[in-house]
Design a protein around this ligand. Structure first.
Ligand code: ADP
Ligand code: ZN
Length: 606
């Protein structure tokens, strides 16, 4: 071995120290051990196999399910001076032959291959004749039917153990629930390897949930105040909502694109590429978008509709802030979401057991949305992790929720649901509670009910909040056959008799909406902020230079330098090449290629 892992970390990647369990994992792989690595997005999985591949003799073979992902990883490695190539269906035949020859001649440090390519007999034969440093199986959850992204080809990866007994195998994923973990171990035959599990907290992500009334205006205010000019993803449930939201954001002056599975393939690909390559783009998408996007500077993920489960929420929001800079996860949810998702569950073809699990998952998600506790604590508990203290970086920590004794309100709501026949949705029941004079109410004689007009102490929005919470507490159930009307839940008697107190969160109804009047009012809190104008303009100049270099080379800007490194340039203001080399994210190759031109910009200021 010529270099130590630490030397490679510094010289090639430009980092001073390992993150989390990286060092242990790397040592284990260098010693020839197999491992399953579970690490949250942004945890630094890539280094866990890239460094051992550079330390050990031979080529490292990385299996990855997505072409875009392979391409970006390889262009980032090339920038670092690592000899890396992709081998998949995007290459022409002669390009593929050339890569195979380079592998044969031992000219590559790493090769990224699709599972189909890897498992072809001719390629396996080729590999058997070569010196291999390791196999890395990225997105290893693809081997599990429990995971959200099952790929049948992944099942055949067991072959690797049988055919390449002495080559270490590392399986890596950010999805780690129990059944998936077990599946990966069994199906990839990793039983004798080590398991490395990192904590799932993403401290740089701030979690916020708002109610869905005026959701668009709230989104607008959220983006303007926190993320003007930054990249983000806005998730919507349906294709039509994706399209209309993207159009609307564009009309509001943002650079927004859309993405969903129903689009023309070419257009979809082109929108994805633009999102990765350009800065400040908002991608409005269904959940078809995101897997395998490892853009480090996605500054926010906004959900305009409720995600499917807390797992999906964690996965989707996890795409924000991979580079560790301050980022936001924002969600707007309302009663209509509950009806929609319950409907999905009940009308699906799943068996009763599966439906029961899905109902439980929905309830966990509602509990999270309606909690008065620290969101991060609730989220991590769901993944069996404990966070000792409230995080201080979520909406409920920053603006503690007041709760009130809502027993009487609950009683009114429940008996109104009961007296109207347990078949109406929230809007109708609330109309009755408020004593509104609608044709429907008159027609059905509901103005004669004892519950008519007994709820005037709350506004319509307050009632909506109360109804959401009653559903989250399972005092009300969404009744599917009755088209989303409510039924009383199982445990309502005690509440109606006044034997049980219902504590409700007081909705903050004064949430800001709409545009900022004065953009330069200093109200904006972008993820990257400096406390003086010179630094801000230096940062802008560095970004512009990075953009230029990136477009010359047709690579995404973050492949040249991450935002974190540009921030370090602004903060440290290196004067010499030697000082520049000390910055985090500056390795030897990048120092040689870019050191002088960035230094010039830094030294221009003064
Ligand atoms: P993952 O694949 O687990 O989502 P990545 O491998 O993409 O994570 O790494 C996430 C980010 O952390 C990247 O921006 C990477 O450059 C950075 N990173 C990884 N390891 C280190 C380290 N030891 N020191 C500083 N930054 C690191
Ligand atoms: Zn918190």
């Amino acid at each position: 071995m010529t270099k130590t892992p630490h030397e490679i970390l510094k010289n090639v990647f430009g980092f001073d120290s390992f993150k989390g369990r990286q060092a242990e994992i790397i040592d284990h792989a260098i010693a020839g051990g197999d491992a399953l690595v579970l690490m949250p997005t942004g945890g630094g999985k890539s280094l866990c196999y890239q460094i051992p591949a550079l330390c050990r003799e031979g080529v490292g073979v990385v299996v990855s399910p997505l072409i875009a992902l392979m391409r970006d990883q390889v262009s980032a490695l090339k920038q670092l001076g690592v000899r890396a190539k992709v081998l998949n269906s995007s290459l022409t035949q002669s390009e593929a032959i050339e890569v195979e020859q380079q592998i044969r001649k031992g000219l590559l440090d790493l090769v990224y291959v699709s599972p189909e390519k890897l498992l072809s007999e001719s390629f396996l034969n080729l590999l058997e004749q070569c010196q291999l440093s390791l196999f890395a199986i990225d997105e290893a959850h693809c081997v599990s039917q429990w995971g959200h992204d099952f790929r049948p080809e992944y099942l055949q990866l067991t072959t690797l153990n049988a055919r390449f007994k002495n080559v270490p195998r590392l399986a890596l994923t950010a999805t780690a629930d129990g059944p998936t973990r077990k599946d990966i171990t069994e199906r990839l035959d990793l039983g004798s390897g080590r398991l490395f599990v990192s904590g799932f907290d993403r401290p740089n992500i701030k979690y916020t949930i708002v109610s869905k009334e005026k959701a668009k205006q709230k989104l607008l205010a959220f983006i303007e105040e926190n993320h003007s000019g930054e990249s983000g993803i806005v998730y919507c449930l349906s294709r039509s909502r994706v399209e209309s939201t993207a159009k609307w954001l564009t009309a509001e002056g943002f650079k927004a694109l859309h993405y969903h599975a129903g689009m023309d393939k070419f257009q979809r690909q082109s929108n994805q590429d633009t999102f990765i390559k350009e800065e400040g783009i908002i991608m409005v998408a269904t959940i078809a978008f995101g897997m395998g996007i490892d853009k480090p500077d996605v500054r926010f993920v906004a959900h305009m509709d409720l995600p499917k489960s807390l797992e999906s929420y964690y996965q989707e929001t996890g795409r924000a802030g991979r580079d560790g800079l301050k980022s936001n996860a924002w969600l707007a949810y309302g009663l209509e979401d509950l009806a929609k998702i319950s409907n999905f569950i009940e009308s699906s073809n799943a068996g009763p057991e599966q439906k029961r699990i899905e109902r439980q998952k929905l309830n966990a998600l509602l509990g999270y949305c309606e909690t008065t506790r620290c969101r991060r604590q609730v989220l991590l508990e769901y993944f069996n992790e404990t966070l000792e203290n409230p995080c201080g970086n979520c909406d409920t920590c920053l603006e503690p929720v007041k709760s009130f004794d809502g027993t009487v309100a609950a009683q009114k709501a429940l008996s109104c649901v009961y007296r109207t026949g347990e078949r109406f949705g929230a809007s109708y029941v609330i109309d009755v509670l408020l004593g509104n004079d609608t044709d429907r109410i008159t027609q059905l004689d509901h103005h004669k009910l004892s519950t008519y007009g007994i709820g005037k102490e709350y506004s319509q929005n307050q009632w909506r909040s109360i109804f959401r919470q009653l559903v989250a507490k399972r005092l009300l159930q969404v009744d599917i056959e009755g088209h989303g009307g409510y039924r009383l839940g199982d445990n309502t008697k005690a509440v109606l008799r006044g034997e049980e107190t219902v504590l409700l969160r007081e909705e903050n109804l004064s949430v800001k909406t709409g545009r900022l009047k004065n953009k330069k009012s200093g109200k904006q809190k972008n993820s990257v902020v400096f406390d003086n104008v010179q630094d801000e303009s230096l940062f802008d100049n560095l970004r512009a230079h990075r953009r230029e270099l990136a477009s010359e080379q047709k690579v995404p800007p973050f492949v040249i330098f991450h935002d974190t490194t540009l921030v370090a340039m602004v903060e440290e203001k290196p004067k010499t090449i030697k000082e520049f080399a000390q910055l985090s994210g500056v390795g030897k190759a990048k120092l040689e290629r870019y050191g002088n031109s960035f230094l010039e910009i830094i030294n221009e200021i003064e």
